[in-house]
Design a binder for this molecule. Structure first.
Ligand SMILES: [Zn+2]
Ligand SMILES: [Zn+2]
Length: 344
């Protein structure tokens, strides 16, 4: 089979590999749809100490498909089941797992390999984070389960409620998903991004009010301007840039919450106004990854069509085209690219 293998920053190779054999407790999935993600671009540029602890490894982490083979000891799945898998499996035994915060698991097992024809899913993933799909949910939509679960966690951390004003800063695919989820909770949603093709596309999709980040001297001034000076109730950073984190803090009003959703480069730091954090009771909270419960919640939202993310798919390509797809992502010319291995 063909798959893209990551050897280190800037080094992705399209290789011929044996179709994996399922070991005890494993299933082998035939991939029907994979999605590009901003994280792929980041990983390709600088590696990722958590998601990719060792190289070489097969690449891509948002995918859905059909069970091709099951290993001994697997009782929950059969050949032919249509499934989506998350890209990680918690241990279930550590303090964080026991507290229901499996996203912070001390021994989170990451699984990569969405950009291939087949992938072997390890026993721990099969046991915790593989979900069977109903017949109505196409693989290209099911593959959104992983990024959508991340967005659900971000909005949960922001304690977003009906009637609140929520600013999502950054209009990449995850910014869009965060905005869609916040709007679904009944919030007024402001999406802040750089002017250009992508912001126009987001505006066209009707995902919240789109604001041009360059319109004011600062993001905070812009967001205060459109909220009558009050500031937003919740600001979510989906850019992963320290200077934007600071602007997000400056943009929330009294009692506001800032969700640091976008991960910044290692070694960076930000300054916060201690007076405001204390006297205005600001809540500053990180949001990382997802939990098995949120993966299931995401699948349910997609299955019921309460949330239809199809508009975020701007291109469809074959497996061989993954480098081109990631190039489009890097240049901001795509939101998400659907990779269908068999259209190559
Ligand atoms: Zn992703
Ligand atoms: Zn754990």
């Amino acid at each position: 089979m063909k798959a893209h293998v990551f050897y280190g920053p800037g080094d992705l190779r399209f290789e011929e590999l044996p179709v994996p054999e399922p070991g005890f407790g494993e299933i082998v999935m035939k991939i029907e749809a994979a999605l590009t993600c901003g994280t792929d671009v980041k990983v390709l540029r600088r590696g990722h100490p958590v998601m990719i602890p060792h190289v070489p490894t097969v690449f891509g982490h948002e995918f859905a498909g059909v069970v091709a083979r099951v290993g001994r000891g697997v009782t929950d799945f059969r050949e032919g089941d249509r499934v989506v898998a998350a890209n990680s499996a918690p241990c279930g035994a550590c303090r964080c797992c026991h507290a229901g915060r499996q996203n912070l698991c001390e021994d989170l097992l990451f699984v990569n390999g969405g950009y291939g024809e087949y992938i072997a899913l390890p026993p721990r993933l099969v046991a915790s984070n593989v979900v069977r799909l109903g017949p109505s949910l196409p693989a290209r939509r099911a593959a959104f389960a992983e990024p959508l679960a991340c967005a659900l966690l971000g909005i949960e951390r922001g304690r977003v409620e009906e009637g609140m004003t929520v600013a999502v800063i950054g209009h990449g695919p995850l910014g869009c998903l965060l905005a869609i989820v916040a709007a679904q909770r009944g919030a007024r949603v402001l999406v802040v991004g750089k002017p250009g093709w992508r912001l126009e596309r987001v505006r066209g999709l009707g995902i919240g009010e789109c604001l041009d980040a360059g319109r004011s001297p600062s993001l905070a001034a812009l967001l205060r301007d459109v909220t009558g000076g009050r500031g937003v109730d919740v600001a979510v950073d989906a850019t992963g840039r320290p200077e934007v984190w600071e602007q997000a803090v400056a943009a929330v009003g009294r009692g506001g919450t800032v969700v640091f959703f976008g991960g910044c480069a290692p070694g960076t730091s930000v300054a916060v106004d201690t007076r405001r954090v204390h006297y205005e009771e600001l809540t500053l909270v990180g949001a990382f990854h997802h939990t098995p419960a949120l993966i299931r919640q995401a699948v349910a939202l997609l299955e019921s069509e309460a949330l239809v993310p199809d508009g975020l798919l701007t291109h469809t390509m074959g497996l061989a085209d993954v480098p081109d797809a990631l190039g489009l992502m890097e240049r901001g010319q795509a939101l998400k690219v659907l990779i269908e291995p068999y259209t190559a």
